[in-house]
Design a protein around this ligand. Sequence first.
Ligand SMILES: [Mn+2]
Length: 298
Amino acid sequence: MDSAGTADFDLADFHIAAPAHPEPEGNERRRFRTIWISDIHLGTRGCNARLLIDFLDHVDSDMLYLVGDIIDGWRMKKRFYWPASHNDVVWRILKRAKRGTRITYIPGNHDEMFRQFTGLSFGGVAIRRKAIHETADGRKLLVLHGDEFDAVMLAHRWLAYVGDAAYVTLMRLNVIVNAVRSRLGLPYWSLSKVAKHKVKNAVEFIGRFEEVVAHEAEARGVDGVVCGHIHTAEIRRIGGVDYYNDGDWVEGCTALVEHFDGRMEVLHWAEEVERRKAAQAAEAEQAVPAAAGALVAA
Ligand SMILES: [Mn+2]
């Protein structure tokens, strides 16, 4: 592994600067024993960094697993895209390590350039190919990204691009294709119909992936498995094991958490934010009549 071998992706390009949006001070954070997040795809426009920053500012944990595809090196090779919000995500993660959160980073296929550092630690972040997590209730969970099963799932390889907003592109293309067709006097032809067929295949793909991963976990004698990769959060009992997927921060914006008693839960962060806003609005509404009442009394 010489330095030339890493020339296509230079880690020296990364200067983790002070955050553009500092962490809020003294806000109450929900505490969990463990948090798993993956498929953040930093370095792409699809990454929902703002929502992830909100998540990081409202939760804390003893352990944090970064389950792959954190930085999208594939895309960064083509075009360097690194807005301040993406820097803020990395800064917050490194800050947590400093505060004492035990962080394990398991690179995925989009950030496979970090796999060469397996076994090493940087800034308190341990880089591993896979990990065994022991839950508070004594279960052993195999933690891995999930692209290890791509070979098995080769027939559905196109889904590896699920984060690329291929569907949106397809829909735009649909408009153009049909504008041209109409000018040529040809009838409407639905590209979206083709895409929908693919989506139906996607549902089958997800089910198959989950079963393949669970099967492998069972063969390795663990009680469960935590992975990412397919951008579909899930908690499901499959055969003799518990299958967990922490989802992604491109579309779903989800995290998997372990409570202090070992109970596992998927957090849907967009919904959490909506709930918080609604609660704040209700509180403000209650405050207004009370103030008005005070005025009347005076
Ligand atoms: Mn992946």
